[in-house]
Design a protein around this ligand. Structure first.
Ligand code: HEC
Length: 208
């Protein structure tokens, strides 16, 4: 009697345990794992899980992007990096292959509390964010930018002639990234002598 009750239950448990394996081939990957970049078949970047990334900085009204200044309100931008790349930067002063940096824009609001002058972060601008990825085998310039209009969609590759690439190549302090504005990383890059030649010259002249 007990065995008869046990057998169907055991069968159900086995079937449930096997379910993930049966479903696996048709399962569509949605979010990439916390670390390395992952791509859809058409070359789009899967949304990185950047809520679990390392925080680098918040800028206010640092944006060069016209869609970020539309409403005349101040904008915050927050920068994050995948933990593997962060640890490597701390050790070497520069970014390893498979670095994923995320810039998200958030509208600044005031009058949220008794302090009416202060600014605090609110909704994400256009629901989106931008990503700077280092994938040496994949991109001829080693790095590429992707635009995410909506956080739940895949990111589209920004073509290599876009101004994103030239401004970052000419003005960013370390390996086309704006480490001069990431206060915990700049001293590391100085100590490891990984600043771009141009930035290092300005840095020693102006003592920025
Ligand atoms: C005129 C210069 C300029 C242009 C053009 C520009 N950026 Fe940037 N970008 C910056 C600056 C400055 C920062 C640092 C932001 C901060 O400190 O808050 C930055 C930071 C970033 C970051 C964070 C990671 C990093 O590389 O430092 C991403 C991602 C990014 N930009 C994406 C883009 C994309 C996508 C475009 C094109 C649509 C673009 N940028 C065009 C100046 C520029």
């Amino acid at each position: 009697m007990r065995l008869r009750a046990f057998l169907p239950a055991a069968l159900i448990v086995c079937a449930l345990a096997a379910l993930p394996f049966c479903l696996h081939p048709v399962r569509v990957a949605h979010a990439a794992p916390a670390g390395a970049p992952a791509y859809a078949a058409n070359g789009d970047l899967l949304p990185p899980n950047y809520r679990e990334f390392i925080y680098l900085t918040t800028g206010i009204d640092m944006s060069y992007n016209p869609k970020a200044t539309g409403g005349g309100e101040s904008m915050f931008d927050n920068v994050f990096v995948n933990p593997e790349a962060y640890h490597s930067f701390v050790a070497t002063g520069t970014w390893p292959d498979k670095t994923v940096l995320v810039l998200e824009g958030r509208v600044a609001r005031t009058r949220g509390s008794i302090n009416t002058r202060g600014h605090f972060q609110s909704e994400q601008l256009m629901g989106g964010f931008e990503v700077h990825v280092k994938d040496e085998a994949r991109f001829p310039g080693k790095w590429a930018f992707f635009d995410f209009d909506k956080a739940d969609k895949n990111g589209t590759l920004i073509p290599s002639g876009a101004p994103c690439y030239s401004c970052h190549a000419q003005h960013a302090a370390v390996d086309t990234t704006f480490v001069q504005f990431y206060p915990t990383l700049l001293p590391i890059a100085r100590a490891k002598h990984t600043l771009s030649e141009e930035f290092a010259r300005e840095d020693s002249a102006g003592g920025k």
